[in-house]
Write a protein that binds this ligand. Structure first.
Ligand code: F6P
Length: 565
């Protein structure tokens, strides 16, 4: 058994701008000459030099604006800012989430059963706790999938509705969409997140209450959106069961027990809501919301996709954890990609970062990454409370290719801003369809290869002219190239590969936060809006004194609402 060594507890953050590596990178940035065209021409080994495998992910960094010296200096920066020591503290369960005095142990959620030595943190056998809950989730999932668990009228479950928001929604939705081919026939998942009542209405309106199982997923079980939606759906369920199946008044508690389960760290609040805690699955405060899809928050996935698929997903996460924990720094993909993001943000002045999956199944991946990256690294103070002296979290955004090509790629190709982009693709399609002789997946992948090539190497004025274009049109058709991209390719979008991808971005996010000296695991910034929303309730309900006490803009907007409702 190992316990988190006290020596690993969070140390003082280093101001990265005071390091020798930072100064050297600034200098390097100033004197860096050449272009991707020139660098590739001069070095036939460039692609091989900057391509690395992490578990099953094949990652080509060579089309970024880096040289061997850039990477060397970035690795020195990691060294001087203590990134790897902080990584070790993360895995060991040190309380690196200082503002909440918590360990950060999402990596423990995917340690294999029986891993030795077992992980003991704060006197608690974390491995035993994780396996106990995973076992309960899997057993419950099997009962639902086999039809042994039924609704109150004896019908088997056909739809699982997950009610949650943020990390209690985005992860499950994204994984469900990504792994749809693995869903059990006759079993669907739906998701309700927004407190806009149309979300609950539209999601339930065509559902059969007799075959619906609701999972209320909330780490804190206090989130206004989730608790409100849970009440709306409870009401819908009881009313429609009464109308359609003659549910009697004295069967209501049984109906809730058969149709409502919960996932939370706050099991006392689950009981207060009226859900039987026998049907509740816990997790722990050392799992951040945006890092929780591999905890019991994934119960909807274990049911619809199956516990075996869920365990494969966890194994994929663990494979990347092991890579991040043990691969040498020069080949450590999350480390290199995190450092590359620091290079792009702090030295090349990129403000945004596009994530472009060439897989329709990953259509919710950019949205998922937005919470992971921006809630984690959208910070202006370091973990000791000092103000940062660099830019921090960049804006993540994206859509699947090829759709994005016909929408916003123009700006990436020819706009005035630098937008580093991650391109993600899979060699094998889930559905090998053909258009006559044409393998459509091949056509799709040709776009993936073409885009990164066009962005890197562009098109010179001479090349444009050689095609017969003249005059002012030449400039319009010229592409500068040198638009940085990373290509991530794997054999197929399997559950394990998806776990690897998510884990990769978790660790990239961690590396950036560690360099910047920020706590990537709290989210105080979202609290103010929540508090104000609660405080505004009387004004919104029409209390004139409360409206008058507001600033003139807020008061004016509330009056408009009151007058037009
Ligand atoms: O948006 C703030 C936040 O706390 C997220 O970090 C979290 O994922 C989300 O709200 C939902 O919280 P909970 O799971 O406690 O309902």
């Amino acid at each position: 058994m190992s316990d988190a060594p006290a020596a690993l507890a969070a140390s003082e953050p280093v101001d990265p701008t005071t390091t020798a590596a930072w100064e050297a990178l600034e200098e390097h940035d100033l004197v860096l000459t050449g272009s991707l065209r020139e660098w590739f021409a001069a070095d036939p080994e460039r692609a091989a030099r900057f391509t690395h495998d992490a578990a099953e992910l094949h990652v080509d960094l060579s089309k970024n604006l880096i040289t061997a010296e850039t990477v060397e200096l970035l690795l020195q920066l990691a060294e001087e800012t203590g990134v790897l020591a902080r990584r070790d503290a993360l895995f060991a369960g040190a309380h690196i989430n200082t503002t909440e005095d918590r360990a950060v142990l999402h990596t423990a959620l995917r340690r294999p059963r029986g891993a030795q030595p077992s992980l003991v943190v704060d006197g608690q056998d974390v491995d035993a706790d994780v396996q106990e809950v995973l076992g309960r989730v899997s057993a419950f999932a099997r009962r639902v999938r086999s039809g042994e668990w039924t609704g109150v009228t004896g019908k088997r479950i056909e739809t699982v509705v997950n009610i949650g928001i943020g990390g209690s929604d985005l992860g499950p939705v994204m994984v469900y969409e990504a792994l749809k081919p693995y869903a059990q026939d006759g079993l669907l998942a739906r998701f309700i997140s927004n407190i806009d009542p149309t979300d609950a209405y539209e999601t339930t309106r065509d559902l059969d209450p007799e075959t619906t199982l609701v999972i209320v997923a909330s780490k804190t079980f206090t989130t206004l959106e989730t608790i409100t939606n849970a009440k709306l759906v409870r009401e819908w369920l009881l009313t429609s069961l009464a109308e359609r199946a003659g549910l009697a008044e004295d069967q209501r508690a049984e109906a809730i027990a058969k149709h409502f389960v919960a996932v939370s760290t706050a099991l006392d609040k689950v009981a207060e809501f009226g859900i039987d805690t026998d049907n509740a699955f816990g997790f722990w405060n050392w799992v951040g919301g945006r890092y929780s899809v591999d905890s019991a928050i994934g119960t909807s996935l274990a049911i619809v996709l199956g516990p075996e698929v869920f365990e494969e997903l966890l194994a994929g996460f663990h494979a990347i954890d092991e890579h991040f924990r043990t691969a040498p720094a020069e080949q450590n993909v999350p480390l290199l990609m995190g450092l590359l993001n620091v290079w792009n943000v702090n030295f090349l002045e990129a403000e945004t970062h596009a994530v472009l999956p060439y897989s329709q199944y990953l259509h919710r991946f950019p949205a998922y990454l937005q919470q992971l990256t921006m809630e984690s690294n959208g910070k202006s103070v370091r973990w000791d409370g000092s103000t940062v002296t660099t830019e921090t979290g960049e804006i993540f955004w994206g859509e699947p290719g090829t759709n994005g090509q016909h929408a916003f790629y123009q700006l990436i190709h020819q706009g005035t801003r630098i937008i580093p982009a991650d391109f993600i693709a899979f060699a094998n399609p889930a559905h090998p369809l053909r258009d006559g002789e044409q393998d459509v997946h091949e056509l799709f992948l040709a776009n993936f290869f073409a885009q990164t090539k066009a962005l890197a190497f562009g098109k010179t004025a001479e090349e444009v002219r050689a095609e017969g274009t003249e005059g002012a049109l030449v400039a319009a058709r010229e592409f500068s190239g040198d638009r940085p991209t990373t290509s991530i390719i794997a054999s197929a979008l399997t559950p394990s590969v998806l776990g690897q991808l998510i884990g990769l971005y978790e660790h990239i996010t961690f590396v950036q936060g560690a360099v910047w000296g920020i706590n990537s695991f709290d989210q105080w910034g979202v609290e103010l809006g929540k508090q104000l929303a609660k405080g505004l309730a009387p004004a919104v309900a029409g209390d004139e004194d409360a409206i008058a006490a507001e600033d003139s803009s807020t008061a004016g907007l509330i009056r408009y609402y009151r007058a037009h409702r």
